[in-house]
Design a protein around this ligand. Structure first.
Ligand code: PRP
Ligand code: MN
Ligand code: MG
Length: 181
């Protein structure tokens, strides 16, 4: 059987580094929401691992819900036009919403999503992401909690995929060239 770890050029962030950083973020998030409940909204599928670990590091009372979104048309996700594939089950009226993401690349997904959720009458909408790429700076999306700013490399693992693979890798790594070839 193939070892998916061999498809990595190098490890960018180890499982331990990710967990340590998520605990730091959780402490800040706990402090921010002290005394309130928080609805965590995970964006399928990449945010699954971040949601699982961040949620368990929090001590404020949380509920969880999930959305699945896709960009319209045949182009890349950078079209900025987003379609809801799976909507929330939860009414957002009066809720403190925290969107949980694995990565912000162009920022278009989150820019659209935070505006969409913001129109549903929540008390607040904020964003926590494990990773952010420099390209995200091109779109005006306010992100309260960022785990790591990374470079332009294509990263996989810990929820992040290439053609739906590698989401189950424990570390986050840079995909090796031979995988594309
Ligand atoms: C990835 C990632 C973010 C989004 C970021 O999801 O998980 O949700 O792209 O891109 P953006 O900032 O340029 O909008 P993807 O659409 O690949 O779906 P997935 O989570 O199911 O992998
Ligand atoms: Mn995603
Ligand atoms: Mg993806």
């Amino acid at each position: 059987a193939r070892d998916a770890g061999q498809d990595l050029e190098r490890v960018l962030l180890t499982e331990d580094q990710v967990h340590t950083r998520l605990r730091e973020m959780a402490a800040q998030i706990d402090a921010h929401y002290a005394g309130s409940d928080v609805l965590l909204v995970g964006v399928l599928k990449g945010a699954v691992m971040v949601m699982a670990d961040l949620a368990r590091a929090l001590t404020v009372p949380v509920t969880m819900d999930w959305m699945a979104v896709s960009s319209y048309g045949s182009g890349t996700k950078s079209s900025g036009v987003v379609r809801i594939l799976k909507d929330l089950d939860t009414d957002l009226t009066g809720k403190n919403v925290l969107i949980v993401e694995d990565i912000i690349d162009s920022g278009l997904t989150l820019s659209w999503l935070s505006a969409n959720l913001g129109s549903r009458g929540p008390a607040s909408v904020k964003i926590a992401t494990l990773l952010r790429k420099p390209t995200a700076a091109k779109v005006d999306v306010a992100v309260e909690w960022v785990g790591f700013d990374i470079g332009e490399e294509f990263v996989v693992g810990y929820g992040l995929d290439y053609a739906e693979r590698y989401r189950n890798l424990r570390d986050i790594g840079v995909l090796a060239q031979h995988v594309y070839a």
